[in-house]
Design a protein around this ligand. Structure first.
Ligand code: GDP
Length: 367
């Protein structure tokens, strides 16, 4: 039959014909989804249930059309980012299409942060990182879409700043945008049927629209795949071992210069020079950390990655680790995007290694 069905996650039109196209969902899964009144396309289903990324990407044309559409409208833009993966959350060229439209920056997954971390410091860092991308958010809000924290506050801010305009929610995949939209729907209406979907002009993309009382709409745009995310190199199981799942508990390692820590096979921290110190690792609590001498570390990695050093269990698709060296002027965090950070004292020389493409950066210590 010709009934049009849409994914409640990303708004794409469901189809069961072409596995490689957006919206693909096997017939049996469509039936199940309808029975549970929770129909997700296969991609969203996997993302939600297994954290798995399926490789359906927007074509450049569709992506540009989407950006143009947003750029042309007078709207409030809500940009959702993952606070553990700021670099992997950046939408390429976002500052260009945002134009003069106001932006709210939402840092999601706040529930993973250690209690001792000052939220204001993280917000400052997010704001600076956004500024470096040419983005000047009106405000930075931290939310936990998963635990429904600060979602109501976000809605209040949206209402304050939209001034009768439409609202576009944008974000790359994996930042928690679908989870957030689902919470917004629950908070704002309680009824999922109030969502309408329609097509982005000039594209094959569908979007979800949630009406406000005044006739304007909150528009959920399709998640854009950011290729430089750690997540893309990992299968669902490995991703759950690598990406933080619960509130992070700091782990302290007493290190001398010349010592190295491996975070699974995904990242490497070298203590190059400085005084003996306790470095603090903030990463998924179950992520294996292995200490070794820097001198033999490269050979050690070549021999043990995917075996003693896991995740991932299979390193065939894992790009080689690339090294970035830093000297700290103050107490600092060496950030591995998507994974976590290592906190070190002032006057230390350190090197961070991550799979090629995944960002390593230094920031003022958050704790
Ligand atoms: P989307 O691709 O941006 O739509 O992201 P999803 O909503 O599918 O979420 C991606 C992954 O992040 C899923 O495993 C979610 O359970 C998880 N996630 C989403 N929001 C949060 C959050 O606030 N906290 C935590 N800890 N995980 C979250």
């Amino acid at each position: 039959n010709n009934e049009e069905l849409y994914c409640i996650g990303c708004g794409v039109k469901i189809q069961s014909d072409d596995k490689d196209e957006l919206g693909y969902t096997p017939k049996a899964a469509v039936k199940k989804g309808l029975e549970k009144e929770e129909l997700y396309c296969q991609r969203c289903f996997r993302l939600r249930n297994y954290n798995e990324i399926t490789d359906v990407s927007l074509t450049d044309d569709d992506f540009l059309a989407l950006l143009n559409e947003i750029g042309k409208s007078d709207a409030l833009i809500v940009n959702v980012v993952d606070i553990f993966d700021f670099s992997g959350s950046i939408i390429p060229g976002i500052h260009r299409f945002v134009g003069d439209n106001p932006v709210l920056l939402v840092g999601n997954k706040e529930d993973l942060l250690p209690h001792s971390l000052k939220r204001s410091k993280l917000k400052d860092w997010l704001r600076q990182s956004a500024n470096a991308q040419g983005l000047r958010p009106l405000e930075v809000v931290l939310t936990s879409a998963k635990k429904n924290q600060q979602v109501r506050e976000l809605l209040e801010l949206i209402d304050k700043y939209r001034e009768g305009r439409d609202v576009y929610v944008v974000g790359v995949t994996n930042v928690g945008k679908s989870t957030l939209i689902n919470q917004i729907i629950k908070e704002s209406t309680g009824y999922q049927d109030l969502i309408t979907t329609s097509r982005f002009p000039g594209t094959t993309l569908d979007m979800i629209k949630i009406p406000f009382d005044d006739g304007s709409e909150l528009i959920d745009t399709p998640g854009i795949i950011h290729k430089d995310q750690m997540a893309h190199y990992l299968t669902g199981k490995d991703l759950r071992l690598a990406a933080p799942q619960k509130e992070i508990k700091p782990r302290v390692y007493q290190l001398n210069p010349g010592q190295t820590l491996f975070l699974g096979a995904l990242a490497r921290f070298d203590y190059v020079a400085g005084e003996k110190q306790g470095v603090v690792v903030y990463a998924e609590n179950n992520l294996m950390i292995h200490r070794t001498k820097t001198a033999g570390a490269t050979e050690f990695y070549a021999k043990h990655a995917g075996e003693l050093l896991q995740p991932p269990a299979d390193i065939t698709n894992l790009p080689e680790l690339v090294r970035f060296e830093f000297k700290t002027k103050e107490k600092s965090d060496l950030v591995f995007s998507g994974l976590g950070w290592v906190s070190v004292k002032a006057d230390s020389v350190v090197a961070g290694w991550a799979p090629k493409g995944v960002a390593v950066s230094l920031r003022k210590a958050m704790i």
